[in-house]
Design a binder for this molecule. Structure first.
Ligand code: ZN
Length: 329
């Protein structure tokens, strides 16, 4: 599964610019589903047909946090605005890449103190000396992101950017591949614009009107030096979401997922995230609403260039999702 993850991670897709990554995912999932289509907002939707009695929706967002060029200075430096929740302390002095392949380095204005690191104090140096030279390579309105990569840290742990949420996308491809018997229709939604307010998932869920929806996304951990107390840890198994700042998951669904994990001997833990939200809220509240929950991957250093996970948690997530889909009727 590592090569699938590597492939999906290393493709650019800043919120609102997900076409490239969606096309790549479509190629990966198409052999395992009956149908693939893209809706008005750009959500990629893959369907595995069952008898059609009930509908289960799986969702992972294909977009990533990034930046947009707002201004080109006379000296060829680029000014920018953030797209999504950028941690500028983590982003300072990073390599960045534009959709057209242009490389640059993201740097704060000289003398900026650590507690004043905000978007308007940053510029990108693409190696140009004049406005004209820069403008020949990038334009105002172009998007860019921290450089994509995956690195094996140890036998089970990998670091990369953006694991949030290409990991969820890779998990859904793997789940589609492994499901052998599904009685109900299963929809795989690769949603757009999650990082700017869970926008894509809502119209997708409205159109599908599922009975149950489950999101796959990353969640924080409490197992690093100085971390806020949190019961989730790397290597502790798939994290079954109870709540985050955007959603309280369906109580029965949470219990069902726990029981299934126990029954199948899949390593799992309970997740309560006290910061941040997920597409789960949009799925729950679309149309007349549905029973919604999430299976999360414990992830260290979320939204940095070195998001870090344990592949055993990823495998546990795939196993639980496949078991749930096959039992769903
Ligand atoms: Zn995410």
């Amino acid at each position: 599964m590592y090569s699938l993850i590597k492939n999906i991670v290393c493709c650019s897709g800043v919120s609102g610019r997900e076409k490239k990554v969606s096309a790549l995912i479509k190629n990966e999932i198409a052999p395992f589903v009956d149908e693939c289509y893209t809706d008005t907002l750009g959500n990629l939707i893959a369907v595995k047909r069952g008898s059609g009695a009930k509908k289960l929706l799986f969702c992972a967002h294909s977009d990533e946090i990034g930046f947009i060029v707002t201004y080109i200075e006379e000296n060829g430096m680029l000014r920018l605005a953030p797209i999504g929740g950028i941690n500028f302390v983590a982003a300072a002095y990073s390599e960045v890449v534009f959709e057209n392949g242009t490389r640059g380095v993201l740097v704060p204005d000289s003398g900026t103190k650590a507690d004043a690191l905000t978007a308007d104090r940053f510029y990108v140096d693409i190696g140009a000396s004049t406005h004209g030279e820069a403008a020949r390579r990038v334009s105002v309105g172009d998007c860019f992101s921290l450089v994509h990569h995956t690195t094996k840290l140890s036998a089970n742990r990998i670091s990369g950017r953006p694991l949030d949420d290409r990991l969820g996308c890779a998990i859904m491809v793997e789940v589609a591949k492994r499901i052998k018997n599904n009685e109900s229709d299963i929809y795989f939604v690769f949603s757009v614009q999650e990082e700017v307010g869970c926008r894509g998932a809502k119209p997708a869920a409205f159109a599908i009107a599922p009975d149950v929806a489950i999101a796959f996304d990353v969640t924080g951990t409490g197992d690093t030096p100085g971390a806020k107390p949190m019961a989730v840890k790397l290597g502790g198994g798939v994290a079954i979401k109870v709540k985050d700042m955007s959603v309280i998951c369906d109580d029965d669904l949470v219990s069902e997922l726990h029981a299934l994990a126990r029954d199948k001997k899949i390593n799992h833990q309970s997740e309560i995230l006290t910061y941040g939200g997920t597409d789960t809220s949009s799925l729950q509240l679309a149309g007349a609403g549905c029973a919604a929950g999430a299976l999360s991957i414990p992830t260290r250093y979320i939204h940095s260039a070195v998001e870090t996970v344990d592949m055993r948690d990823v495998k546990a997530c795939v196993e639980l999702a496949v078991a749930y889909a096959e039992a769903f009727k």
